[in-house]
Design a protein around this ligand. Structure first.
Ligand code: HAM
Length: 441
């Protein structure tokens, strides 16, 4: 018991991750790309709470979905309200759209978000209980151009990361009328084949027969081999909408595979549904998914505002990035390490602030190490330069700069040290900002 308790203190909950320096740079890199992409595509960033009223997801995501039935982190707060850690970002975005009266402004409203989501799923490679999504949503646009834009935006994100080998699977699940037809046909079809179905599918045949189309159990796959698909049941408008989405994707050069059995795990989809699949992210091959949800805003209590969106899993994206571009990221070493010799503490302390303020990433010793030990420490940190402030140099208003790569040393006046280092760093590191805002010490 005691050991179990101690283990709880020193291990994180299952299915969660610590992201440490050295890894976090890759996160910062893809997040920066996502922000830049959305700025260019004119999406505004939305930040919603990580928990919402449980009811939002029951209604929005659908109470017959795996997410709501099995995967939500739901708890009662001290006021007795039922709250849920958000399992996804679309229902919260719809809630925020309504609550902040965004429908009163110019339409459509284009939003994006980056943040943690929570699902009590069985953890495995690429599947976590706390994971992160980059999502984008358009509210107030019914046209196929919006569906195509969302899909293109997602593919463009991967293009900017230079991630290849992705496959876009595309389908239309139709409008509620098409779905009514499909549901009936599926029920009839599978009722005649009940014996082959897994217990889960037998249970959901009445409530959610669409999900039987993408059950991974061998028996269900076999039983469903000749089942009607959403594409077989599309009404004329849904068919035309789907054709227009495909035509637009063709124009912008986004390739896709029509996947008639693709049905998504969330109930709000109408018409367009898609998934972006990749090999090499474990059993979970979907790096992203999305679609149109024309009924969602009404379901969560608003007017009939159409919408379409996508969410991309960042952990899975990072797995692909690490596989395809291992050179990206990594911890950035200090530009300079400030070493003191003798009683130069005051000079060094002031110099440190000056250097840091002028954009030179500068570290120093906190523990009273000898000069030799400081040099060794600077080497372990990978510092490019060591600035040695010794008593004699300090008295002359200077410091010795050692290039850790070549071992060359040079005395530099303190009042010219920041520009000197910036110049030398710019020569070493092409990404070092040019035209520095230089302070004179
Ligand atoms: P979703 O398909 O449930 O859609 O999730 C989107 C992506 O999030 C998945 O393709 C996957 O990459 C990632 N993901 C989901 N669950 C996990 C997990 N347990 N561990 C790691 N990654 C995971 C949605 O969430 C919809 N809100 C997408 C959307 C936006 N539809 C319209 N707008």
């Amino acid at each position: 018991m005691k050991r179990g308790r101690m283990a709880m203190l020193t291990s994180r909950p299952r299915g969660t991750n610590d992201i440490l320096p050295g890894d976090v740079e890759r996160w910062q890199y893809i997040e920066a790309l996502a922000h830049e992409l959305c700025r260019n595509w004119c999406y505004g960033e939305l930040r919603t709470p990580v928990f919402e009223h449980t009811e939002l997801f029951l209604r929005g995501v659908g109470d017959a979905t795996d997410i709501v039935e099995k995967e939500m982190y739901t708890f009662q707060d001290k006021g007795g309200r039922s709250l849920t850690l958000r399992p996804e970002g679309t229902a919260p975005a719809a809630r925020a759209y309504l609550e902040n009266r965004l429908q009163a402004g110019p339409q459509p409203v284009k939003l994006y978000y980056i943040g943690p989501m929570f699902r009590h799923d069985r953890p495995q490679a690429g599947r976590f209980r706390q994971f992160h999504q980059f999502g984008a949503e358009i509210f107030g646009a019914a046209a196929p151009a919006a569906d195509a834009e969302i899909i293109t935006l997602a593919m463009e994100f991967y293009r900017s990361l230079d991630i290849t080998g992705l496959e876009l699977h595309l389908n239309s699940v139709g409008c509620p009328m098409c779905r009514q037809v499909l549901r009936e046909r599926l029920r009839r079809y599978f009722e005649a084949r009940m014996d082959g179905l897994c217990p889960h599918c037998r249970g959901r045949l009445e409530r959610n027969p669409l999900r039987l189309l993408d059950c991974k159990e061998a028996g269900c796959r076999e039983a469903g081999a000749g089942a009607p698909t959403p594409l077989d049941c599309l009404c004329d408008e849904c068919r035309a909408h789907f054709a227009e989405v495909r035509r637009t994707l063709d124009i912008v050069g986004v390739s896709y595979v029509i996947d008639p059995r693709l049905v998504r795990g969330l109930d709000y989809y109408t018409r367009t549904a898609f998934e972006i699949l990749a090999a090499g992210v474990g059993a979970q091959s979907a790096v992203g998914g999305g679609g149109r949800y024309d009924g969602l805003v009404r379901t969560v209590g608003g007017p009939g505002v159409p919408g379409v969106g996508v969410a991309l899993g960042l952990e899975r994206t990072l797995l692909l990035l690490a596989q395809q571009h291992p050179e990206v990221g990594g911890r950035r070493p200090p530009d300079a390490f400030l070493a003191t010799a003798g009683n130069t503490w005051e000079t060094a302390t002031a110099l440190l602030v000056t250097l840091r303020r002028s954009g030179v990433a500068c570290d120093h010793d906190y523990t009273g190490r000898s000069l030799k030990a400081q040099m060794k420490h600077a080497g372990r940190l990978g510092a490019r330069f060591v600035v040695i402030v010794g008593e004699d140099e300090a008295a002359r208003g200077a410091a010795t700069v050692r290039d850790m790569e070549s071992g060359r040393q040079e005395e530099v006046a303190l009042n010219g040290l920041a520009p000197y280092l910036r110049q030398r760093l710019a020569e070493k590191r092409p990404d070092f900002p040019g035209d520095p805002k230089m302070e004179v010490w």
